[in-house]
Write a protein that binds this ligand. Structure first.
Ligand SMILES: [Zn+2]
Length: 124
């Protein structure tokens, strides 16, 4: 812990943060960022896209997981992606599944929307 006491020019102690002007009780300048907080939860804010095969010899699906959004927002995104890929898909537990291999399209769209995207699972 750094020493947070700050002395004003007349020698008196001040109890407000020089950065945000709030009292140290309210100040959040030294708090971990929200991104850092999320890393301790199940998602680190990175959306993962992977190709998966539901069953042996079954159809390939594109799985999008790690979305930090409300169910509603994820459902809306799923609609967009299904339209983009021209495929059907489902949303389950915050994970979107699009039928077929659409990793490249999905990745390009999510990056455009500002998501941090990582390809996971099967390569090539
Ligand atoms: Zn502050």
């Amino acid at each position: 812990m750094p020493d947070r006491l700050v002395y004003s020019t007349d020698g008196g102690r001040i109890n407000t943060c020089p950065r945000c002007g709030l009292s140290y009780k309210q100040c959040r300048c030294d708090q971990p960022s929200s991104t850092a907080n999320q890393s301790t939860k199940k998602s680190d804010g990175v959306v993962r896209i992977m190709r998966d095969r539901k069953h042996r010899g079954g159809k390939t699906v594109t799985v999008i997981s790690g979305l930090l959004a409300t169910d509603e927002a994820i459902a809306t995104l799923a609609q967009q992606l299904k339209k983009l890929c021209g495929s059907g898909g489902t949303v389950k537990d915050g994970t979107i599944e699009i039928q077929g291999d659409h990793c490249d399209k999905v990745q390009a769209r999510l990056v455009k929307l500002g998501y941090k995207v990582k390809r996971a699972g099967l390569s090539s």
